[in-house]
Design a protein around this ligand. Sequence first.
Ligand code: DAH
Length: 345
Amino acid sequence: MEKETLLLLQNAALKQIEEADNSEALNNVRNTFLSKKSELSSLMSQLGTLSSEQRKEYGQVINGVRVTITNAIEQKMALLKAKELEAKLARETIDITLPGKEGSVGARNPFYVIEEEMIEIFLGMGFEIADGPEVESDHYNFELMNIPKDHPSRDMQDTFYIDDNNLLRTHTSPVQARVMQAKKEGPIRVICPGKTYRRDDDDATHSHQFAQIEGLVVDKDINIGHLKATLELFVKKMFGEKREIRLRSSYFPFTEPSVEVDITCANCGGKGCSMCKGTGYIEILGAGMVHPNVLKMSGYDPEVYSGFAFGVGIERVAILRYGIDDIRKFYQNDVRFIRQFKKAS
Ligand code: DAH
């Protein structure tokens, strides 16, 4: 064993450490000079064959060489790691001033925008939401609404029959009966939003499927003033403070008296134009005082209770609010139509 060899080994190692310009290369140098298979390790294992004096002497030298190489590697490694981190950070710099990628967000169908707005207005007045089935019985859809089998008004509401006794409801009015029967007594103040169906030939103003919001208020001493005030507030919130309403005498089998409610035309403000056909008004909904028969049939005594009801088409309100020219557009899912209401949603 020559000290010379050991110094040569040390110098060779220091040179390679110096030359290593990345951490991987430096790890290789470490393997070459310090691993179990390295020359230094094999020299170390030969120490046992030497006399104790020589062992001490060479042991110190070998150890010195090992420490020198180890330290040199550690120092160089720290340097290389710092450089590599710096390079990595520089490579991964994010320019936070760049505009982000905009995801594409859809628009809500104006039907739902308006439905929600209408519901909010009535909830604000203290109405609760009631629900009823879309597949309804003849009994609820017609009979309990004071429309017996031979009643001529059934013709206007010709619909889709499931069988002789069941049909797709033609209006949300049957929920009135369901709510009264469930409640049995005491005041009622509900709205029922939902789908309705009629066997119609679809065109710009007719759709075989549409939606209504039914309203029902039953209590002691309810009069037509309550009806008018409620609908006036609804119209003003929905269409603006300037809108006036007009009650026009009409006929529904389930109300007495019955009215058709008109609002002043948005286009001309009531003067008369082509949109309102010169009348200054546009019809928006049907309403009336709940017919005594309807109260009685669902368990409310008309001598004690009175009430008012109304039924308003959701598409109709949306059409008037946005000036939509064809009811079918609500159902065609043409994104060019729907996108126009992006802000509204
Ligand atoms: N059910 C009627 C329809 O479908 C609308 C209606 C009119 C509902 C008057 C009412 C009402 O509650 O009082 O055309």
